[in-house]
Structure formats: C-alpha cells, structure tokens
Design a protein around this ligand. Structure first.
Ligand code: ZN
Length: 153
C-alpha cells in the first residue's frame, strides 16, 4: 500500500497531477470490478458509474435506481482512508489539503443524496480487497431495507 501511494505522488507539475486525478476518478478500479461481479453473480442488476440523481453532480460506482441505493468504493488514498492514507512527504501540504477537500466533498454529496431519499453505501477499497464477503453483506443489509419504488430514471 505504501508503495502505491508513493508512486502516485505529484511528480512534475500540478497539471500532470490534475490529469491523473481525472483519470483515476472516471476509470473503474479492480476492487470496484470485483464487487460488481460479486453482486451480478447474486442476481443484482445496476447501473455503473452513473448519477443517482440527475440534478446532483455526483457519479456513484454502482447505482440501483428503483431502490434508490448507490454504492461508492472509495480509494484509500484519494478519499483519505484512516488506515491507509499517508501524506506523501513531497508536496505534503498540497496533498493534505487535496485529500481533505475530497473527504469534505464525499460528506457533502452523501448528505445531498440522502436528502433525496437515497441510501448511500460507502466502502473502502481495502475492505473490498480484503473482505469481499463482508462488503456484500453490508450492501445487502442496506439494500434489503429499502422498498422498491416506482421511481426509475
Ligand atoms: Zn484503506
């Protein structure tokens, strides 16, 4: 984990870093794929990398429109996992601020979605990697609580 964080530290310029961040946020990660595959095998059908609510600028990794449940697999680095995020030594102030911004944004978006009646399930990347079964169970506990609605987008 330590090596992968270092390898993603800013190198040349802020522009390069920004480009990398954009790439990271839109591409599916291995843990996301793993979770999706597990849910699909259990018969769940969903949208991928989609906006739960059209008017809220926020894409979730897995979206179940009829139950208004969405899942985020948060990367340990970008979202500041308490177990795995270490501030890189180079440009540490920048990184610290950047990741704190991301965490604040995660909280805001979660609140906005919840106020629209959505259940937001946030999983850490490391949880999916080390305990896929536990993550599926956590998801199902949330999912099963929600009634099916006629709402569909
Ligand atoms: Zn982690």
């Amino acid at each position: 984990m330590r090596r992968s964080i270092r390898s993603r530290a800013p190198s040349a310029s802020d522009t390069a870093v920004r480009t990398r961040m954009r790439a990271v946020s839109s591409a599916s990660t291995a843990p996301e794929l793993r979770l999706r595959k597990a849910l699909h095998r259990l018969g769940y059908r969903y949208r991928v990398n989609a906006r739960p609510v059209e008017s809220i600028r926020c894409k979730a990794d897995i979206v179940f429109s009829r139950r208004r449940v969405c899942v985020f697999v948060d990367g340990c680095f970008w979202h500041g996992c308490p177990d795995h995020f270490e501030i890189p030594r180079v440009n540490s102030a920048w990184w610290s601020e950047k990741v704190e911004d991301n965490r604040a944004r995660d909280r805001t978006k979660t609140g906005m979605l919840e106020s629209e009646g959505w259940t937001v399930v946030r999983l850490w990347e490391h949880e999916v990697t080390t305990d896929l079964k536990g993550c599926v169970e956590k998801f199902r506990r949330h999912f099963d609580r929600k009634p099916v609605t006629d709402f569909c987008d």
